[in-house]
Ligand binder design. Sequence first.
Ligand code: ADP
Ligand code: MG
Length: 257
Amino acid sequence: MAHILAIANQKGGVGKTTTAINLACALAQTGRRVLLVDCDPQGNASSGLGLRISEPDKTLHRVLLEENGAPPLHRPLDELSLWMIPANPSLAATEWKLTATPGSETVLASRLKPLDERFHFMILDCPPSLGLLTVNTLCAAHSVLIPLQCEYFAMEGLSLLLDTIRKIKLRWNPSLAIRGILLTMFDRRNNLSHQVATEIRKHLGARVFETLIPRNVRLSESPSHGLPVMLYDRHCAGSRAYAALAHEILQKGADRA
Ligand code: ADP
Ligand code: MG
């Protein structure tokens, strides 16, 4: 059975997509079969792995709005056991149409079910909002990973996200767990980064992953080459950090396979 992990935070630019791509690929590098689902109309996870798909029929659109037929699985990289359901800007209209569907919150959960046996992990990259697409990912997921950027105001908005998670647990998905808070864009030469990381650990304690994701230029360069960081520069700090995160997640038992 696949473990479904949503990468969520309604703030933009905190490292959700970078984490979704590189964690999915780091898990695939350990030999797990991983499905990455791009749930953001911006389609950054798709283009970051070289998939620019214009036909809605070959994207998440089809999964959400067409009950029948096989989901459009792409294989962006030959080297890795990674599959992907991509997105493109038409997903914004899909979200709007989805609101008219009865049980619109749990459509993604039911459409991913038939894929359950084929993968060890499904990683869902969320848009920067708490709208229906994010609600769908939280209804489908076993757990949530919340990236927080090591900047002032990092925790701003976190209580709203935690409150949304609580409501989703009550209404649709009682076993939804918070897999962890991930500190991203940590700059060890910057005092503020250290202060913010200490403060977040003080407030959120054991929920915070031990792995810190450093600010690393390779992480920001690799999507423009359509590659995860470990295939772009396997020795850089970003590659090592996402490998460590995958290891920490496997050790903490998210691997249900
Ligand atoms: P989100 O999906 O939350 O909007 P992204 O993952 O797209 O955030 O990251 C926002 C920007 O920051 C992107 O340009 C990305 O390349 C860059 N970025 C993300 N994480 C890092 C990092 N650890 N080091 C350097 N740049 C990063
Ligand atoms: Mg994103």
